[in-house]
Design a protein around this ligand. Structure first.
Ligand code: NAI
Length: 327
């Protein structure tokens, strides 16, 4: 069995390598992302292992099918970057890691909220320069505030529990609400109108693309704080920027960005960034951007590697795989 592993980072190799070796799976690690040009690297492999910013569209899938690839193994939960029906039509099975640590992502969402609210990012820079002034660092108590959670699946629920621990009131929107739960569901407009903090935890689909847009700016409570650890394209970043400039949005903390594929996971510190929206957002004192790192805990990496290797073994070995995605 042979696997082409795209968009490899050092931490991937550290956790994956022993597991591939133990399973006697040969693996070729590539730093580059899977796209039309680099699909050729999968020639002779049974599986490709990809992450959130690899491109797995019809053209790439055509090439993978031609090279004899049988499995596209996503080492993540979201699968918006893979044309699954097309892959299936070409006889390729797509598998993912549906849950590896909802805690990792939910805790990062809370870390972002605490940081942006209490301005830890600015305080850290100041005290390193022996500037001990507090001017401009005022936050607000989370206790008693209303958080609107959009998407109440595995991660959204852990985030709800964390928020409850802070004494926050939780309201939520989900297209498929769990009526057996005690979650206080509202319509999306109600959540937008009532929440002091909005946190996004639903997948990117045709329905959710730009679900936060220019129209939403007029619906939200003035002074709302926005947290997104889900997928960048849930939020129209230009609309977000406008809301921030109009002082309608108090602050935003983003682990994901619609056009992140061109930038995230790379050291571009010496480069000119072409994306004016991203540059403007990063330049704002009330915005934090992290580079799609919410998943990055040792527990999550370990679970991702274990499940991905077992997914590949099952499918290539002709077994039924519980983590196959069908839509
Ligand atoms: P999940 O599948 O357990 O929950 C998703 C929830 O969203 C479900 O309750 C579903 O009913 C709801 N939903 C579906 N369509 C919706 C719509 N149109 N409007 C509102 N809600 C809708 O997924 P999980 O594990 O909680 O992950 C959520 C998302 O977090 C993933 O789709 C992924 O995009 C993102 N994620 C981000 C990571 C990061 O490192 N930043 C890591 C892992 C996941």
């Amino acid at each position: 069995m042979k696997v082409a592993f795209f968009d490899t980072k050092s931490y991937d190799r550290t956790v994956f390598d022993p597991k591939f070796k133990a399973s006697k799976i040969k693996v070729k690690y590539y730093d580059s992302r899977l796209d039309e040009d680099d699909a050729v690297l999968a020639k002779g492999c049974d599986a490709v292992c990809v992450f959130v910013n690899d491109t797995v569209n019809a053209k790439v899938i055509d090439k993978l099918a031609e090279f004899g690839v049988k499995v596209i193994a996503l080492r993540c939960a979201g699968f918006n970057n893979v044309d699954i029906p097309y892959a299936n039509s070409k006889g390729i099975t797509v598998v993912r890691v549906p849950a590896y640590s909802p805690y990792a992502v939910a805790e990062h969402a809370m870390a972002l909220l605490l940081t942006i609210n209490r301005k830890i990012h600015r305080a850290y820079i100041r005290t390193r320069d022996f500037n001990f002034s507090l001017a401009g660092l005022e936050g607000f108590d989370l206790h008693g505030k209303t958080v609107g959670v959009i998407g109440t699946g595995k991660i959204g629920r852990v985030f709800i529990d964390i928020c409850k621990g802070f004494g926050m009131k939780v309201i939520a929107y989900d297209k498929f609400p769990d009526r057996r739960s005690k979650i206080d569901y509202r319509t999306l407009d109600e959540v937008y109108a009532e929440a002091d903090i909005l946190s996004f935890h639903c997948p990117l689909t045709e329905d959710t693309l730009h679900m936060f847009n220019l129209g939403s700016i007029n619906k939200v409570k003035p002074g709302v704080t926005i947290i997104n650890t889900s997928r960048g394209a849930l939020i129209d970043a230009n609309a977000l920027l406008k809301g921030i400039k109009q002082h309608k949005i108090r602050a935003a903390a983003l682990d994901v960005y619609e056009e992140e594929g061109d930038y995230f996971y790379q050291d571009l510190s010496g480069n000119i960034i072409d994306d004016d929206t991203l540059s403007m957002l990063i330049s704002m004192p009330n915005v934090i951007v992290t580079s799609h790192q919410a998943f990055l805990t040792s527990e999550a990496l370990e679970n991702i590697a274990t499940t991905t290797v077992s997914n590949i073994k099952e499918v290539v070995g002709g077994e039924k795989c519980a983590n196959e995605i069908r839509i």
